[in-house]
Ligand binder design. Sequence first.
Ligand SMILES: N[C@@H](CCC(=O)N[C@@H](CS)C(=O)NCC(=O)O)C(=O)O
Length: 80
Amino acid sequence: MTEKLILHEHAASGNCYKVRLTAAIVGAHLERREYDIMKGETRTQQFLWEVNANGRIPVQALIAAIQADEAEAALEPAGV
Ligand SMILES: N[C@@H](CCC(=O)N[C@@H](CS)C(=O)NCC(=O)O)C(=O)O
């Protein structure tokens, strides 16, 4: 299983900078997704539905990608 950290952010935001700084200190790689909060890009229906229902950043998400050759191995993390 591989995992990646995604940071939904606005680069000029101090709150987002704190998250990037902490990640850099601990050596965590962040995949960054930029939104322009001045244009309301965190207030779209898609952002509210898929990222954060309160319309704010920073939001950090841990995405796990499962690589499995066998169906049973793929279902194991789900406890099936
Ligand atoms: N307490 C929250 C504050 C989050 C927050 O206020 N984010 C601002 C940017 S710093 C934001 O998303 N503003 C856009 C909006 O509210 O539409 C945190 O520390 O993350």
